[in-house]
Design a protein around this ligand. Structure first.
Ligand code: NAD
Length: 477
């Protein structure tokens, strides 16, 4: 169960000046706890403390950073069930999805603990011409300094971890603003961070009103802004971020291609597509939204997918048998239902689902959705999947690329040449062959192109952003 109230964390310490942020159970809609809200003064204090912690964090020995990360991973393991329940309540995530996220949280910290003691430096041969005879170069990576992190509601633990764990491994102090809809998970993580020997000021976790969030984006003392969230907000923040580095992990309308040679394993394909489309009510940036199916298999896959959508058990996420929970709130579900109705008015057909009870939207399968409808062209971010037949593989490639997003794409094919072509031609951050675009492990480079973002996460890749190479040149003789 959740505590009655949670503090925020300012310069490693819990503070409870108020309890103004109400957090609801996303299934019942009831207020279940309150979290302290940081005001402009607290944000300033946190940034100043992070600046003071820059030297101590840089000097913290790699083994000491590793110990901090290992401690966290150990404590997360011990508290796994409690964390999963918090996710289940504040994000409306079915317990099995919530437990999966806690497992990934632990993976992310374990990966960061390993990276913390790796030396990514280079030895450079500088003797490119006679004038450089006797010179050699070396690089080491040094932390960029204080970082600013802003995170979304849909993975309130693991997407916080994807910023926090690499920052500790890299030696960067940070200030973090979690989503105001799901702040509790980040507070539980901060509780564990506060048990460690991180230098004072190394971390602040501050739920903040939008009116007070400006310094997270604009303050020049912060050297990197890493934002995960919606496309519109992300690009707006980049325009305000001044000289700092910016990493944007934004939305998508991920597509999955099913080629003609998948007949033998169509049940597996249908299982994976249904999982990719409907897990955590489709509220994942790489949720399967568009499925392009070779015309020879279209009817057979449609039948299987409809059956799987209807078989999902929707309801209370705390119930162990629930496989489809609510969307984050009723307006989000209403928005998506409106998009479905718009598409139907233009000739789309609902094959399964379409109904809604409060924030619970049924798992919905449609076909015949025009490509310029929001349901196809925008990010649905809910339990909805669109089917579309194709004839020639090139047509499918064009359809995947048609649009302004490019996070990941999935491709089911047995032909290596098509896999390679997709890898070369698809305008996305990652191509997943043999599975849905929703596949992610926490060590792989992850991120998008086009409207879907800028830069990559995945522990090692985030550390690259949080450090910069510093050159040493040695002249001999
Ligand atoms: P959101 O953009 O509404 O909010 C994200 C964060 O930004 C929250 O903390 C929010 O409070 C804050 N925020 C909102 N407006 C702001 C402003 N004007 N200034 C400063 N901060 C502001 O996104 P959301 O609804 O919480 O999350 C869903 C979105 O996140 C989807 O678009 C999803 O695709 C995307 N997402 C992307 C990834 C990825 O890794 N690419 C992962 C998960 C979610």
């Amino acid at each position: 169960m959740l505590a009655e109230r949670y503090p925020y964390y300012l310069a490693n310490r819990p503070k409870q000046p108020n309890a103004e942020l109400a957090v609801t159970d996303k299934y019942s809609g009831e207020v279940v706890t309150h979290v302290a809200l940081a005001d402009a003064g607290a944000v300033e204090e946190a940034i100043a403390a992070a600046v003071r912690a820059t030297g101590p964090m840089r000097r913290l020995a790699p083994y000491a950073r590793q110990e901090v990360l290992e401690h966290c991973a150990r404590r997360f393991r011990e508290r796994a069930e409690e964390f999963a329940l918090a996710l289940c309540i504040e994000a409306g995530k079915p317990l099995r999805d919530a437990r999966g996220e806690v497992t990934r949280l632990i993976d992310t910290f374990k990966a960061a603990a390993e990276e913390a003691v790796r030396n990514e430096g280079e030895v450079l041969n500088l003797e490119v011409s006679p004038r450089a005879a006797g010179y050699r170069g070396f690089t080491q990576r040094v932390p960029v300094g204080p970082c600013s992190f802003i995170t979304p509601f849909n993975f309130p633990l693991n997407l916080v971890a994807h910023k926090v764990a690499p920052a500790i491994a890299a030696g960067c102090p940070f200030v973090l603003k979690p989503s105001d809809r799901t702040p509790v998970s980040a507070m539980l993580m901060a509780e564990v961070l506060a048990e460690t020997a991180l230098p004072e000021g190394a971390f602040s976790v501050l739920p903040t009103r939008l009116a007070d969030v400006g310094p997270f984006i604009e303050d020049e003392r912060l050297k990197l802004l890493s934002f995960t969230g919606s496309e519109k907000v992300g690009w707006e923040l980049k325009a305000r971020a001044g000289r700092k580095k910016v990493v944007l992990e934004l939305g998508g309308n991920a597509a999955c291609v099913v080629d003609h040679d998948q007949g033998e394993r169509l049940d597996f394909v249908a299982d994976r597509v249904a999982h990719g489309a409907f897990y955590q009510a489709g509220q994942s940036c790489i949720s399967v939204q568009r499925v392009l199916v070779h015309e020879s298999l279209y009817g057979a896959l449609r039948e299987r997918l409809v059956a799987r959508a209807r078989a999902l058990r929707s309801g209370n996420p705390r119930d162990e048998t629930t496989t489809l929970g609510p969307m984050i709130d009723e307006p989000a579900a209403r928005r998506l239902q409106g998009w479905i109705e718009r598409a139907v008015a233009r000739g789309a057909r609902v094959l399964a689902g379409g109904g809604r009870r409060g924030a619970l939207l049924e798992a919905t399968v449609l076909e015949g959705v025009p490509a310029d409808e929001p349901l196809s062209a925008e990010e649905a971010f809910g339990p909805v999947v669109l089917l579309e037949p194709f004839r020639a593989f090139d047509e499918a490639v064009r359809a995947v690329n048609d649009g302004r997003y490019g996070l990941q794409a999935g491709l089911f094919t047995n032909e290596l040449s098509k896999a390679m072509r997709a890898w070369d031609e698809l305008e996305v951050g990652g191509v997943i062959v043999g599975d849905v675009p929703s596949f992610r492990v926490d060590t792989m480079p992850y991120g998008g192109v086009k409207g879907s973002g800028l830069g990559r996460e995945g522990v090692k890749y985030a550390i690259e952003d949080m450090t910069e190479p510093r050159l040493l040149v040695l002249r001999q003789g």
